[in-house]
Write a protein that binds this ligand. Structure first.
Ligand code: GTP
Ligand code: MG
Length: 174
């Protein structure tokens, strides 16, 4: 059909994990080294052809700073899909991602599709051993919690379109 399906996404995760950078890469094909920390939340939309369908991606990019945490439910309650982002070079940001997953499991939509993005994969080459351990930990965690996992890089664009498209494929359509 020529119908345009709107899909509501929310991005959640620690401050500096790269949420805004992933959205900017996906929506505008851009990356900046000094991305400003998000205040409150930002909204983006992008209409794309995915396979046979035309999909309008509507994305809430939330702020990771702790003082904005209480606003998050406003954005994830209406979301069909969530991308929980962490920085693969920062162990604390992985712990933070797990907290978001738990919160979504307890308070998000029952049928929400969740993806875990291990971002900044371009920085991992320099510390291969630790990197591989943390990636496999994230893979196991994702599997146990019904999420799918991808290593992403907003900088090199690795898996950025893929993670948004993979979610779209997994969402039930009318
Ligand atoms: P808040 O809005 O504060 O919650 O942060 P955020 O999750 O939106 O992070 P943001 O996109 O602002 O990125 C934080 C910093 O990490 C910026 O300086 C980015 O340039 C950098 N960054 C984001 N993604 C990547 C990536 O994939 N690789 C590298 N090398 N740097 C990245
Ligand atoms: Mg941001």
């Amino acid at each position: 059909s020529g119908d345009c399906d709107a899909l509501n996404y929310v991005l959640l995760g620690d401050v500096g994990a790269g949420k805004s950078s992933l959205v900017l890469r996906f929506v505008k094909g851009q990356f900046v080294d000094f991305q400003e920390s998000t205040i409150g939340a930002a909204f983006f939309s992008q209409t794309l052809a995915v396979n046979d369908a035309t999909i309008k991606f509507e994305i809430w990019d939330t702020a990771g700073q702790e003082r904005y945490h209480s606003l998050a439910p406003m954005y994830y309650r209406g979301a069909a899909a969530a991308v929980v982002v962490y920085d693969t070079t920062n162990q604390a940001s992985f712990a933070c991602a797990k907290k978001w997953v738990t919160e979504l499991q307890e308070q998000g939509n029952t049928n929400i599709v969740m993806a875990l993005a291990g971002n900044k994969s371009d920085l991992l080459d320099s510390r291969k051993v630790t990197a591989e351990a943390s990636i496999s930990e994230a893979q196991v965690y994702a599997q146990e919690n019904g999420l799918f996992f991808m290593e992403t890089s907003a900088k090199t664009a690795q898996n950025v379109n893929e993670i948004f498209h993979e979610i779209a494929k997994r969402l039930p359509r009318a």
